[in-house]
Write a protein that binds this ligand. Structure first.
Ligand code: CP
Length: 302
């Protein structure tokens, strides 16, 4: 894909055309068409994951996606690396580059940490989530899933319910959904809502209002690890903002539910709801492989 960024830090690094092309590529890959395997043994690229924060979905799906494409995969082990001896992230990436690594997926707890590499990138970098800033590949796979479910964002209202203030997924997703014509309702306790919003985005503390307005529900967990203060609302969260099968069956519309994971079952969603047809979180997991295959292909074809 022409002009694909060497560093994918944010969804804003991509044009609408590039986003649409990634979605088409992911769709073709899922349908088994045009799989751009790296066939030539001598030219198989190396992709590494370097995760400074825990992950199940993102790291594993990049590992699977890289290997499905025929790339070599390096699971860089932060805990046994020289990062623990004080080596900087920049020196680490330069070392990986000179060892022959072509691209690195990085997760960091520090918002904006990857921006330092934009001017002179040591190698291709894909943001696997940075602090509360951005999680572009999650939002891209969510958009792919919405199209696959027949839910073109144009003219639709998305209720994003939960800890929006501490969510990197929400930042990336709102950028994509609004650029593709969607409207957003942020819903949660006031401690979880952003202080201000702009564009086609509204705030409400009322779950009933959000459910009344929306076509699609996107739930987020309370990200306790990113809170600096106490979370007094946590114990009453399920009663006030949690969703269960009975509540969903009582709605006039039947919106689908997406969640980036991990789900805290019994807090934002009940187990019966996660096992019901309302919940599309496992479709997101399946689609993560194909969207990340598309992103790796576009990055390494740079
Ligand atoms: N959605 C997401 O980023 O999940 P992981 O933290 O498990 O990678």
């Amino acid at each position: 894909m022409s002009g694909f960024p060497k560093i994918l830090e944010s969804t804003q690094d991509l044009s609408k055309g590039q986003i649409s092309t990634l979605i088409s590529m992911a769709k073709s890959l899922k349908e088994g068409q045009n799989t751009p395997f790296f066939f030539d043994q001598d030219k198989r690229p190396f992709l590494a994951t370097l995760f400074l924060e825990n992950s199940t979905r993102t790291k594993t799906s990049f590992a699977i996606a890289a290997q499905k494409l025929g790339a070599h995969y390096i699971d860089f082990d932060v805990s046994t690396s020289s990062l623990k001896k004080g080596e900087s992230l920049e020196e680490t990436l330069l070392t990986l580059k000179y060892q022959g690594v072509n691209a690195c997926v990085i997760r960091t707890p520090n918002s904006g940490e990857l921006a330092q590499f934009k001017k002179d990138p040591p190698l291709c970098i894909i943001n696997g989530g940075d602090g509360t800033n951005q999680h572009p590949t999650q939002a891209l796979l969510d958009l792919f899933t919405l199209y696959e479910l027949g839910l073109d964002p144009q003219g639709k209202t998305f209720a994003i319910i939960g800890d929006i203030a501490h969510s990197r997924v929400a930042s990336s997703l709102v950028d994509l959904l609004t650029r593709f014509g969607g409207k957003i309702v942020f819903c949660g306790p006031k401690e979880c809502l952003p202080k201000s919003v702009s564009g086609p985005v509204m705030l409400t503390e009322s779950l009933d209002e959000a459910l009344e307005l929306c076509d699609v529900i996107y739930t987020l967990r309370i990200q306790k690890e990113r809170h600096t203060g106490p979370t007094p609302y946590y114990d009453s969260y399920h009663k006030l903002y949690g969703l269960n099968l009975q509540k969903m069956q009582g709605l006039k519309k039947a919106p689908v539910i997406l969640h980036p994971g991990p789900v805290n079952i019994g807090v934002e969603l009940s187990k019966d709801l996660v096992r019901s047809p309302f919940y599309k979180g496992y479709e997101q997991v399946i689609n993560s492989i194909y969207m990340r295959m598309a992103i790796i292909s576009a990055t390494l074809g740079n």
